[in-house]
Design a protein around this ligand. Structure first.
Ligand code: SF4
Ligand code: SF4
Length: 106
């Protein structure tokens, strides 16, 4: 996963949890393109938590019932610092040529 540059996803505790009492079954979270949720007779279920993109909170931001929660992002930032994930990501971006300055068309 690009945001982790090869650091094991299962070591990063970042995924949504759903407060079933608040969920109004609007279905919005099912728009997640990573197939994190399955739809059940009781509404959404977090079926594949480690498919969640680290740092993403879109489903929570757009959840009608404000029922989706994430861990404290500061813990993730601490992990990135401790495990030097920022420099791993930058190294990968350089290797892939994605930090090359684009020349403007004349
Ligand atoms: S977006 Fe929120 S309220 Fe809507 S189905 Fe998903 S968890 Fe429930
Ligand atoms: S935070 Fe983003 S990637 Fe994770 S489940 Fe929600 S929409 Fe999907």
């Amino acid at each position: 996963m690009a945001w982790l540059a090869g650091y094991p996803r299962e070591k990063v505790k970042w995924y949504p949890t759903i407060d079933a009492d608040k969920c109004v079954k609007c279905g919005m979270c099912m728009n997640c393109g990573k197939k994190v949720f399955d739809w059940t007779e009781d509404g959404p279920r977090v079926a594949r938590p480690n498919n969640c993109v680290v740092g993403c909170t879109t489903c929570a931001n757009l959840c009608l019932g404000e029922a989706i929660h994430f861990p404290d992002i500061r813990e993730i930032r601490e992990l990135y610092k401790r495990e030097k994930i920022w420099s791993l990501v930058k190294q990968q971006l350089v290797e892939e040529g994605r930090l090359r300055v684009e020349k403007e068309a004349a």
